[in-house]
Design a protein around this ligand. Structure first.
Ligand code: ZN
Length: 728
């Protein structure tokens, strides 16, 4: 497997490395643009480096300086933007900045400082030097170009009064808000000054310094004076570009603990605080004790975003972004908070070297998330005093295993749908868009690899291995092969050091040697199924069986009415998953309606339950669910929920398909650009435009093509809202 990162057009990190960025940005909600100056400290590893190459996407470059000297736009001597790579819009355009031969000698102050600070101690021969580049630029106002940013209108926010901006840079969208080496294998520190309207608060993936300045009302418009204020941030722990993050909105905040604070729009702050505050600080402490490493990011704040946020959460350092779909009202979905906190070690501290090794970020994080949840649950049960310590831990483990079983089922669902090479842990991405292969595979197949190893060597040894892994790779990067080699070396060391050698140990050593890394990392399809503890799954499976028996029986008049009000969300989700799997074309609509009457899943405020039940109702062609589904998929934009439901509707031709297309047409602007692109793909659209008036539809399904032309007849403005624009 190549360790080259083909998702980036930037300089190779062994030669050129951004070490620090100072970002001075002005956020304009009127133009939906960020005007910024980025100043980079860049380390050149050899004296022969002739240019610095950065990723950009849709940026307008206004001026560039190198070590304080202006560089002109010039193909040969100055800077240039390479042309688009055909049909690779996601890669953007390479910004090439030539380093004049006069500065190659490194006889400037930066070079001297660098030589002095070099940790080799060799101050005369080392060719490393640092240059400083300043780029003045603006982002694109076009959503299809500035893919990291979502500019929400007031109507798309909870408050309905002010607009809102948030960014999502993972995987390769940072290049659309700042020129950078947009690859995980380059980590840098950053400082930022972000100027926003005075009504707004800016937050970033970095600790906030005090509010630095406020400008007085401007006099250019007497009737509507405008003011701005500037927020300042300092991130002193090196991060990869995908962890840059900014949000600007009418935010309020409330502390949870000395290092944790909730940010949200004022109208949902109370709900967000109530949902997350009992667990967050505890999760941090538990994670510190499991990893045996302190939390290095200083702040552990949470930003609860407007509902169009496409993911469950995003592990932006110091400030986790989360979807408001977690606000179930009973804390039942806080496992997502545990997941994002786990990323502070697995992903943010130890980072996948390229997106082909994404499973090392996510598989480890799922593993750590489950350990955090297990310990939290056990400690909670011990505190309650109803169970002995042994019982509490046994029960907590059962819950953890049920979670893994639920996710095993969703992994199977993804593996069925994905192209076979996207079911590998080492994903052969090439120059493809990493977003296109996003699935449960890196998460759950990754977890299962680690779980298989843990089962093999035992919990205690595996815990030691995990801690050693984090210490070895922290602040750095890792590939699958580096991980494999580390594991094998570590385990060999353990057994060499071990005092006694017995049959069990010999057997374990033999099994470790036989561990089939090749199939795990490069094999396609599902991994071998582990033996999960299914104690909590049995009741859910029995209830599913009873409903299916009721469905197929001509004599059973009463449906099974087992009281499940005291079941956990996980048990209910497991039950609904099993029902989905058991449904056949013969399943009666009346069965689904009876289930709806019995359990009111269609009215649930828990998005996991609502989404799973909607899938069942669509599967059984229950048109009464349409208003529920439409409301659900147009009031939140989390891809986990909207994509499967759009797909399920689309497969139900013609009524569901018509509804899916019409709903998408009218709601496309509500979704984040990443989600809108994925939904368009799911619905079979590959829409291209080369002018504002002339459109081409490539490879669209015939139904969608008809719908589009139908919409064009109704009015081009409606069509325009649907177009996913791509440069030719
Ligand atoms: Zn994650």
């Amino acid at each position: 497997m190549s360790n080259e990162d083909e998702s980036s057009l930037s300089s190779y990190p062994h030669a050129v490395r951004i070490k620090h960025i100072e970002w001075n940005a002005n956020v304009s909600f009127d133009k939906c643009v960020i005007d910024a100056t980025a100043t980079y400290d860049i380390e050149l590893s050899t004296a022969t480096v002739k240019s610095v190459e950065l990723d950009t996407r849709g940026l307008t470059i206004r001026s560039i300086q190198l070590d304080g000297v202006r560089v002109e736009q010039d193909d040969e001597e100055g800077w240039k933007l390479d042309a688009d790579i055909d049909k690779m819009a996601h890669l953007g355009r390479r910004l090439v900045i030539k380093i004049p031969s006069s500065s190659s000698g490194g006889n400037n102050d930066n070079a001297k400082t660098n030589a002095k600070n070099n940790d080799t101690g060799n101050t005369t021969d080392d060719p490393k030097r640092t240059i400083q580049i300043e780029i003045v630029y603006s982002t694109s106002s076009e959503p299809s170009e500035c893919t990291a940013a979502q500019w929400l209108t007031p109507a798309q926010t909870a408050g309905q009064v002010h607009p809102y901006l948030f960014t999502q840079c993972q995987a390769i969208h940072a290049r659309s808000i700042i020129p950078c080496q947009d690859r995980p294998a380059v980590k840098f520190t950053y400082g930022a000054k972000v100027t926003v309207p005075s009504w707004a608060t800016a937050v970033m993936s970095a600790p906030m310094a005090d509010l630095t300045s406020s400008t007085p009302p401007s006099s250019n418009n007497d009737t509507k004076p405008s003011t701005t204020k500037t927020f300042e941030f300092h991130q002193s722990v090196p991060i990869p570009s995908y962890l840059l993050a900014l949000a600007v909105g009418h935010l309020s905040s409330r502390d949870i603990s000395p290092r944790c604070r909730i940010y949200a729009e004022p109208s949902i702050l109370q709900a967000a605080h109530a949902e997350f505050s009992p667990a967050t600080e505890k999760f941090l402490q538990i994670a510190e004790s499991i990893t045996d490493l302190p939390y290095v990011w200083t702040r552990a704040d949470i930003l609860c975003l407007p509902p169009s946020f496409p993911y469950g959460g995003m592990e932006n350092p110091c400030l986790t972004f989360v979807t408001p779909t977690l606000l179930a009202g009973d804390g039942s979905l806080v496992n997502v908070i545990a997941h994002e906190i786990a990323h502070s070690w697995t992903g943010n501290l130890v980072t996948n070297r390229t997106w082909s090794h994404f499973w090392l970020n996510e598989g480890w994080t799922v593993w750590l998330q489950r350990k955090i949840m297990e310990r939290w649950e056990a400690l909670d049960r011990c505190d309650d005093g109803d169970e002995t310590e042994v019982e509490a831990w046994a029960h907590a483990k059962e819950i953890s295993h049920l979670d893994a079983m639920v996710q095993w089922d969703s992994l199977e669902g993804d593996v069925d749908k994905l192209p076979s090479n996207a079911t590998r842990l080492n994903i052969p991405l090439g120059r493809g868009d990493p977003d296109d292969s996003y699935s449960r595979v890196p998460y759950e197949k990754g977890f299962n690899l680690l779980f298989a190893l843990e089962t093999l060597v035992g919990e205690k040894i595996f815990l030691g291995l995990m801690r050693a892994y984090l210490k070895h790779f922290q602040y750095g990067f890792v590939t699958s092969e580096e991980f494999r080699d580390f594991v094998m070396t570590y385990l060999e060391g353990i057994f060499v050091e071990g005092s006694k050698e017995d049959d069990n140990e010999n057997l374990m050593k033999a099994r470790i040697r036989e561990f089939d890394w090749s199939t795990w990392l490069n094999g396609e399809g599902m991994p071998p199924k582990p033996s999960f503890n299914d104690a909590l799954a049995k009741d859910a499976q029995s209830l599913c069986d009873a409903w299916m028996k009721f469905d197929s029986s001509a004599t059973l008049i009463e449906p099974p009415l087992t009281n499940i009000s005291n079941w956990s969300t996980l048990q209910k989700v497991y039950f609904l998953n099993k029902v989905q799997a058991a449904i056949t074309p013969k399943t009666r609509l009346s069965t689904v309606k009876a289930m709806k009457d019995a359990y009111k899943f269609d009215q649930s405020t828990n998005c996991e339950l609502l989404s799973e039940f909607c899938k069942i109702a669509i599967q059984c062609r229950d048109e009464e669910i349409f208003p529920v589904v439409v409301r659900f998929i147009t009031t939140q934009g989390r891809m986990k929920y909207v994509r499967p439901l759009y797909r399920a509707l689309f497969e139900w031709a013609p009524v569901g398909r018509h509804l899916a297309v019409q709903t998408f047409l009218s709601s496309k602007d509500f979704y984040h650009p990443i989600a809108a692109k994925m939904l368009a793909t799911d619905l079979g659209a590959d829409v291209d435009t080369d002018t504002d008036t002339k459109t081409h539809i490539k490879g669209a399904s015939s139904f969608l093509r008809e719908a589009l032309f139908g919409a064009a007849v109704v009015g081009l403005p409606l069509l325009a809202t649907f177009l996913i624009r791509r440069r030719k």
